[in-house]
Design a binder for this molecule. Structure first.
Ligand code: 4GX
Length: 237
C-alpha cells in the first residue's frame, strides 16, 4: 500500500476522533476526573472531545424545574421529559449513539467498551432522582448500560466509568498501541501479580523467576498465576 500524504494522515486521525456529550444536572461532577492523567492527555491530543451539558439550561419553565412527582404516587421525583428532550435535540446528529446509564441496563464489559470506542459521537444521559420519564427512554435512547449491580446516587459516576473504559480503546490514547489488548479480560483471565524494586521489601522477596531473565519461563509463570487467581476469584470467567 502506498504511504499516506500528510493531509490524508490528518483525515485518518480525524475519522478516529470521538465526540462525547454528557447530559446531566451536575456538570461539575466531571471536572476532577476528566482533567487528570490519561483522559486529560487524550483530550489535549485531540483524540477525544468531551462536552458537559447541563439539562437544567434547557428547562422551558420559569423556575428551570427539571423534576416532578411520579404518576401513580410513591417516593422520590422523576425527571421531566421536556428539558431532557430539548438538551438531546441540541446535541444529537445523524451519527449519534445515545446511552442511558441505569442499573436496568446491560452490564458494561470490556467488549462493549471496545465497541463504543468505534462510535463517532456518544451521548451519555445521566439520570437523577428516581430516573427519567419512560417516554424519553423509549423514543430517544439507543442503549441502556449499567456499570454494575448496585445503585448510585445518580448516573454521573457511571458515565465517568464508561468514558474511562471506552477511551482506553481509542487508538493513540494509551502509550503502547497494544496496551489495551494486553490487559486482563482480553484473554478472559484476571491479571497476574506485579512486582518492582526493591528486591526485598520488609523481608519478602520478589518471586525469583522474575529475576531469571528467562522470558519464556516468566510468561509461563504469569499465565499460571493468572489462571489460579481467576479460578479462585472469578470461576465464572
Ligand atoms: N449503572 N444509577 C441512574 C437514576 C435512576 C434510578 C432508577 C433509573 C431508575 C447506575 C448503575 C446507577 C443510579 C444511575 C440511579 N435511573 N447507572 N440513577 N449502577 O446506579 O449505571
Amino acid at each position: 500500500m502506498r504511504r499516506l500524504l500528510p493531509s490524508e494522515k490528518q483525515k485518518e486521525k480525524q475519522k478516529l476522533r470521538v465526540l462525547i456529550d454528557i447530559l446531566s444536572l451536575f456538570p461539575r461532577y466531571f471536572i476532577g476526573p476528566f482533567n487528570e492523567s490519561i483522559i486529560k492527555r487524550a483530550q489535549e491530543k485531540g483524540l477525544v472531545t468531551i462536552r458537559l451539558i447541563n439539562i437544567r439550561d434547557f428547562a422551558d419553565n420559569r423556575h428551570h424545574r427539571v423534576d416532578d412527582r411520579p404518576y401513580g404516587g410513591g417516593p422520590g421525583m422523576v425527571m421531566m421529559p421536556q428539558p431532557v428532550k430539548a438538551a438531546l435535540r441540541d446535541v444529537k446528529g445523524s451519527q449519534s449513539h445515545v446511552i442511558y446509564l441505569t442499573p436496568q441496563g446491560r452490564t458494561l464489559t470490556a467488549e462493549k467498551s471496545r465497541q463504543l470506542s468505534r462510535e463517532t459521537h456518544l451521548v451519555l444521559l445521566c439520570g437523577h432522582y428516581e430516573g427519567i420519564d419512560q417516554r424519553i427512554l423509549d423514543r430517544e435512547v439507543d442503549e441502556e448500560i449499567s456499570i454494575g449491580d448496585y445503585v448510585l446516587t445518580n448516573g454521573c459516576l457511571a458515565a465517568i466509568v464508561l468514558v474511562d473504559s471506552v477511551i482506553r480503546f481509542v487508538p493513540g490514547v494509551l502509550g503502547h498501541p497494544l496496551a489495551a489488548e494486553e490487559d486482563s479480560f482480553e484473554k478472559g483471565l484476571l491479571d497476574c501479580p506485579h512486582y518492582t524494586h526493591p528486591e526485598v521489601f520488609e523481608g519478602e522477596r520478589v518471586p525469583p523467576i522474575l529475576l531469571s531473565g528467562n522470558h519464556q519461563e516468566i510468561a509461563k509463570w504469569r499465565q499460571e498465576r493468572a489462571l489460579k487467581k481467576t479460578k479462585d476469584i472469578r470461576p465464572d470467567l
